[in-house]
Design a binder for this molecule. Structure first.
Ligand SMILES: Cc1cc2nc3c(=O)[nH]c(=O)nc-3n(C[C@H](O)[C@H](O)[C@H](O)COP(=O)(O)OP(=O)(O)OC[C@H]3O[C@@H](n4cnc5c(N)ncnc54)[C@H](O)[C@@H]3O)c2cc1C
Length: 495
């Protein structure tokens, strides 16, 4: 089939009835639910970009194997040019959503492509796993599917590992095997956009201990598989608020869900890894699923940071406060943070690594550095929008007030910005800024940058430990040796 249209994606959503729970209600018609409808259309518009003559050649290619036009997220990069084609694809998607939808379809399609192109990893343990991941990749690629994922355990007792939790199946684990496949039970989180996806893929961060065998799992299922329950968090918007008042939250809310598996059958051909702690722990470092999706996240994060920085700059300009040195300094800091991320991305792409298989991966260290700095830079951008917008962020009337002739004149007089900025323009801008820096929607976006791929604290520590293994820090020895040598020469010491 190759690239899908938005309509075909929407038809898929309408055709299913996953077990979605939201606000104490079972949502049978996901498409028509106000919380999901606009986000579904935003995802559909991403699929439509593939058919847009302006973008098609940037985000798709002709698949060598099928001869069909296929999204670049499914391209296994074999050269710097391939890597940059992917980079462009990530950018097109990120710009369409201002980087605010982190789990757009390209994200997991890159993860899956990376796993399948490293199927030799699975082959070492079980040839069926290798065949299954390759076939699943082809299935998702050829049907252009949209996946969610859940890779961490629910937050019950983090001080205990899976086998030590009070209930054997609090964390998702294998109950038994049958002729048709394995039966799994327990929970996994945090499946972003799950209700509006086609399929879910399950795998885990490393961290399994001996005895955790039943929890070391990787598999994929249709999102409406019997026994799979999606417990959605409270929505950040009800889908009924005005687009003038909430221009971002009304469009880009990514729902998140806890996935509960009530004795779910995973057919054998969908099992990629099971009952093997070593394989579970090596999956991440051995299949490129750190670097390849980090490339998508880096590009998307850059666009999101840039959007937040532009918002700060426009707020400052609209009320004339960028006239002041302190505000200029703050805005300069933000623009420089964008430049830092942009430079790191280009280094990651330029210093790419070619694997023995021919797969090209962006360099890991600059991408991990982006991962380390975004949780500092993005919250800083949000903080500065709050500081620069100050009380004005809380003073905006609603878009509906502008429709009343009785108050319109007051609004036009008292809400205008600096010369040339009308009250309506300023209020709309401040509402966008508030969506980003004040609303629950904006707080989730901030939390996303901190945690979307693991705990930044432990990730930095891991980064340092890996760095230490690869570097001897011997400049210090050089300095000490040179000083000693000069000291000996100066003092005539010959031993
Ligand atoms: C908006 C958003 C969207 C997300 N989307 C997805 C998604 O689509 N799919 C998905 O699978 N996941 C998703 N994630 C989840 C993400 O993977 C986790 O949030 C992340 O891995 C951190 O895990 P946690 O939230 O359980 O925090 P925890 O691991 O419970 O950490 C909580 C705190 O305790 C500390 N801590 C915990 N354990 C240790 C330890 N062993 N040593 C030292 N300190 C420790 C941490 O530093 C942290 O401060 C999303 C998260 C967010 C916020």
């Amino acid at each position: 089939m190759g690239i899908r249209t938005g309509e075909s994606y929407i038809d898929g959503v309408k055709s299913r009835e996953p077990d979605v729970w939201l606000n104490g209600e079972r949502i049978r018609d996901v498409y028509h639910h106000p919380v999901f409808k606009q986000p579904i259309h935003e995802i559909a518009s991403l699929y439509d970009l593939q058919h847009d003559p302006i973008h098609q050649s940037d985000i798709t290619h002709i698949c060598e194997e099928t001869g069909e036009r296929t999204n670049n997220a499914f391209l296994v990069p074999k050269s710097y040019e391939d890597l940059m084609a992917r980079s462009k694809t990530f950018e097109v998607y990120a710009r369409a959503t201002f980087g605010l939808m982190g789990r757009s379809p390209d994200f997991l399609n890159v993860v899956l492509t990376s796993m399948a192109s490293n199927s030799s990893f699975f082959e070492q343990y079980n040839s069926d796993w290798a065949k299954n991941i390759e076939n699943y990749y082809k299935y998702v690629r050829d049907h252009d599917l949209f996946l969610t994922h859940a890779i961490i355990n629910p937050q019950n007792n983090r001080a205990k590992n899976s086998q030590e939790q009070d209930d054997e199946f609090t964390h998702l684990g294998e109950v038994r095997e049958t002729d048709e496949g394995i039966i799994v039970r327990g929970a996994k989180m945090l499946a972003t956009l799950a209700p509006i996806t086609d399929e879910v893929i399950i795998y885990s961060f490393p961290g399994f201990a001996p005895g955790d065998e039943k929890y070391a799992l990787a598999f994929a299922l249709p999102i409406d598989t019997p026994g799979l329950r999606l417990m959605c968090r409270e929505p950040m918007q009800d889908g009924k608020r005005s687009l003038i008042d909430h221009p971002l939250a009304s469009r880009f809310e990514e729902s998140d869900a806890l996935l509960i598996f009530n004795d779910v059958l995973v057919p054998w051909d969908r099992v990629f890894l099971r009952n093997n702690v070593e394989a579970g722990n090596r999956l991440y470092p051995s299949t490129g699923i750190i670097e390849q999706p980090s490339h998508q996240s880096g590009v998307r994060g850059l666009v999101k940071l840039q959007f937040a920085v532009e918002t700060a700059a426009r707020v400052a300009d609209s009320i004339g406060v960028d006239h002041y040195l302190n505000v200029q300094k703050d805005l300069g800091e933000l623009v420089q943070s964008v430049e830092v991320i942009r430079a790191l991305l280009r280094v990651a792409e330029y210093e790419h690594v070619t694997m023995d298989s021919g797969e090209v991966r962006p360099a890991a260290d600059p991408l991990e550095t982006i991962r380390g700095y975004m949780p500092l830079m993005y919250p800083r951008a949000i903080e500065l929008i709050q500081i620069i917008g100050a009380g004005g962020l809380l003073m905006s009337p609603t878009g509906a007030d502008f429709d009343h002739s009785e108050v319109r004149q007051n609004l036009d007089q008292y809400y205008m910005g600096r010369e040339g900025v009308s009250s309506y323009e300023r209020v709309k801008l401040f509402k966008l800024a508030w969506d980003l820096c004040g609303e629950a929607f904006g707080q989730r976006l901030l939390q996303y940058e901190r945690y979307y791929t693991g705990d930044p604290i432990r990730k930095r520590a891991i980064f340092y430990n890996n760095y230490k293994r690869k570097h001897s820090f011997d400049m210090v020895d050089q300095a000490l040796d040179a000083a000693e040598k000069i000291h000996q020469q100066q003092n005539g010491i010959t031993h």
